[in-house]
Design a protein around this ligand. Structure first.
Ligand code: FAD
Ligand code: NAP
Ligand code: SF4
Length: 675
């Protein structure tokens, strides 16, 4: 008997059966653009071996003008068919099914040749699109149909037609982007003509026994988005036009509401899909922030959808479904929704990977094989660097002992999990604990080791992390000056007016912690929706409350300072920095930049500006919290070297500048793969 009867139940589509209810949602990984089709194939085949029922590829362009970026993968030629056939063949050999997503980006296409229903620039693109005429629209339909036909030829089990997230088809649907007056604009019937025509013509071209998923925007989260009645009308027409399944799209890319970041509650939008259940007779897929088999099972058991889409969780663990089937759900590496190695990479032009699983998209290059000789390995430090090294060493057959002076494993992750909106870090540390037990790693807590204790090991790895940087501000020894460690780990008392020194990731997080009290909105969906101004699209067009976000009042008056004159949070994650900034702004946090720290006294923090140290100003504060960066903690590494033992030094102990868990984990895993 399984814990996940709904999740693991097959889904009969008539002409084919899906083996369970898990769809791997489309992700633009950048793999297709490497043109290394063996690598692309291995990425998907690994997930097929992990028992996911159906996968959707990253968005593939139907033509040049519709491709997301110049050089993005397309499906237009016989050569494309040949390359994609390598992928479909490998997936089928592994027992999987795969659909190709056809993505026409419309005005989101990054290039001057982009096209759209009307010449209205998107706030997230520098390009004004060209308005399509009748022939132009006909060409786009023809190109999409052609891509579907070629996908079928390449052996795909189906296609997903991207009609949400503010892309081309979605741009026709709403007046926000469609101001046409011909038969493709004006009334709602006219505005949905294009997606319906596309689905109808694709079905005509591919015949009956081929999956067509239509990704339908169920809540646009933009001004003048669709109402729910309109969503229902479109869904019914899409069913009639021949779609096999409808997948849920949540929010346009330009929406100012977070939809998949870690601070978004789990399954935050399953209720939107549920509203559509019963309105159409084809299966519905729900998505966004579903990242454990328990959450997925509950969503299905409650009748929110017929299937769940999980995309990033399949990066974190390719064997998600297999582990759920085997009753080993606790061993599933959790997607913490950080975006740090997936979406942030995509938007920086880098290949996608995963913070938790550096092998994601590197399956052919970062290979974990049994070690030729079993060694004894000592690892000092049970932060993410040490823990990931320990796991990979143990998987390879080494005998591993981990030492940490703290009472629990996790290192700084234990501070991260205190931050409202970062609750996923709890499960992340729990998973490491499970894996230490599963892999029979000897973990010795409350144990500070010296060089003599490490002499007998074949390999010694120092992963002791960092110390907070001393900013050397006169007066910083006063009792009302704290470090982020005092606040987050030791729960020191903090006054009502606070100056936070340093606006890096930790300064932002500490500010977030200080302005909240009680339950985090991430743990309470109605509160979170109020905070961000999200409503039922049946009540408000596009699912946005007209009055906008309504956050709880801040519990403290916080001033966040930095010496740089640049915008606060400029160096935070590409896809999440704006959320952190918006969140603190909503809580009236004052951003002060371009300062020199002069001194601290009972009244607060004295600062000046510019090289001439002009404009002396007092930031009145009851408490000052220092988040001024970090330096490597490598005393033990130095002591070992003095004894002639050369350890491997990783994570913060190696380089503290720009350290994050992503780098710590990747460095540890890659080292362990070579020992
Ligand atoms: P650490 O995590 O610092 O672990 C070092 C370990 O070594 C500790 O457990 C310590 O007790 C132990 N140790 C030290 N000396 C000894 C000794 N002599 N003997 C035995 N044990 C010893 N990163 C992200 O990527 N994303 C985030 O969202 C994020 N949020 C963060 C939020 C906060 C509030 C903080 C503080 C950090 C955050 N980070 C985040 C940073 C991330 O946690 C660190 O980059 C990461 O933990 C560094 O890993 P590490 O293993 O090198 O060191
Ligand atoms: P950080 O990002 O390097 O920020 C340090 C801050 O301290 C900067 O704002 C810097 O700004 C300031 N500073 C540096 N030297 C100073 C000095 N001598 N005196 C006063 N101020 C000084 O480091 P962090 O905030 O400590 O974070 C550590 C790492 O954890 C980061 O690399 C980050 O990636 C990671 N982290 C990530 C997240 C996330 O959400 N992804 C969250 C938390 C932490 P000025 O020099 O302008 O003053
Ligand atoms: Fe999930 Fe973060 Fe990995 Fe992306 S990088 S898949 S968000 S854990």
């Amino acid at each position: 008997m399984t814990d996940y009867p709904h999740l693991l139940a097959p889904l009969d589509l008539g002409f084919t059966t899906l083996k369970n209810r898990v769809l791997m949602g489309s992700m633009h990984t950048g793999l297709e653009e490497t043109r290394d089709w063996n690598r692309v194939a291995e990425f998907y085949a690994e997930r097929a071996r992990g028992e996911v029922a159906l996968m959707v590829t990253g968005g593939i362009g139907p033509n040049l003008e519709g491709s997301v970026l110049p050089g993005a993968a397309m499906m237009t030629t016989a050569e494309d068919v040949k390359n994609h056939a390598i992928v479909t063949g490998r997936v089928h050999d592994a027992g999987g099914k795969i659909a190709m997503q056809i993505l026409h980006a419309g005005r989101y296409a990054y290039g001057p040749k982009c096209v759209a229903p009307s010449p209205i620039k998107s706030p997230i693109s520098p390009f004004v699109p060209t308005e399509l005429d009748e022939d132009g629209i006909e060409k786009q339909i023809g190109d999409i149909v052609n891509a579907a036909r070629l996908a079928q030829e390449a052996g795909y089990d189906g296609v997903e037609i991207m009609g949400s997230e503010g892309y081309f088809l979605n741009q026709f649907i709403v007046t926000h982007t469609n101001t046409r007056t011909d038969r493709w604009g004006g009334s709602y019937e006219n505005r949905i003509r294009l997606p319906i025509e596309v689905v109808r013509r694709v079905r005509q071209a591919v015949g009956t026994d081929f999956i067509i998923i239509y990704r339908l925007s169920m809540i646009d989260l933009i001004p003048n988005g669709s109402t729910f009645d309109e969503v229902v009308q479109l869904a019914k027409e899409i069913e009639k036009a021949g779609a096999t399944i409808i997948n849920t799209g949540i929010g346009w890319h330009e929406a100012r509401v977070p939809t998949i970041a870690t601070s978004v509650p789990r399954r935050a939008f399953a209720w939107v899909t549920q509203k559509l259940m019963g309105q159409v007779s084809i299966p519905l897929i729900t998505s966004n922030r579903i990242n454990t088999p328990e959450v997925a099972e509950n969503v299905l058991a409650e009748g929110c959808a017929d299937m769940v889409s999980m995309a990033r969780p399949m990066l974190a663990d390719a064997h998600f479904v297999r582990k759920a089937m085997e009753g080993a759900g606790a061993q599933i590496a959790p997607c913490i929704a950080c975006n740090q190695a997936c979406l942030d990479h995509t938007f920086s032009g880098k290949l996608t990977s995963c913070l938790v699983n550096p092998r994601a998209c590197h399956e052919t290059e970062l290979v974990i094989e049994p070690a030729a000789t079993q060694k004894t390995v000592a690892i000092v430090g049970a932060g993410p660097a040490g823990l990931s090294t320990a796991m990979t060493c143990a998987e390879r057959g080494h005998k591993v002992t981990v030492f940490d002076k703290a009472a629990e494993i996790g290192g700084q992750l234990n501070m991260a999990k205190q931050i409202p909106g970062k609750e996923e870090f709890w499960g992340f540390v729990d998973w490491y604990r499970t894996m230490m037990d599963t892999l029979e790693i000897d973990v010795r807590l409350n144990t500070e080791v010296g060089p003599d204790d490490l002499e007998s090991f074949d390999e010694v790895i120092i992963a002791t992390g960092v110390s907070p940087r001393d900013p050397g501000i006169p007066g910083q020894d006063s009792t009302h000056v704290l470090t982020y460690i005092d606040v987050l780990r030791d729960q020191a008392e903090v006054g009502e007016r606070v100056a936070v020194i340093g606006a890096g990731g930790i300064g932002f997080d500490v500010s977030e912690y200080l302005v909240h009290d009680g339950e985090s909105p991430t743990e309470n969906l109605p509160d979170w929706m109020t905070e961000w101004g999200v409503a039922d699209p049946a009540d408000h067009r596009g699912g946005l409350v007209p009055e906008g976000p309504k956050p709880e009042a801040p519990t403290r008056a916080v001033t966040l300072l930095q010496r740089k004159a640049e915008k606060h949070g400029k160096r935070l994650g590409k896809t999440t920095g704006w959320i952190h900034r918006a969140s603190l702004k909503m809580k009236d946090v004052t951003f002060v930049g371009g300062v020199n720290y002069e001194r601290i006294d009972e009244a607060g923090l004295h600062v000046s500006s510019g090289e001439g140290r002009e404009n002396p100003t007092l930031i009145e504060a009851d408490t000052i919290v220092m988040c001024a960066g970090q330096t490597p903690l490598r005393d033990l590494a130095d002591a070992l070297e003095a004894k002639g033992i050369v350890p491997h030094v990783i994570g913060g102990a190696d380089v503290a500048a720009e350290l994050d868990a992503k780098r710590a984990i990747e460095q540890g895993t890659r080292l362990a793969a070579t020992l």
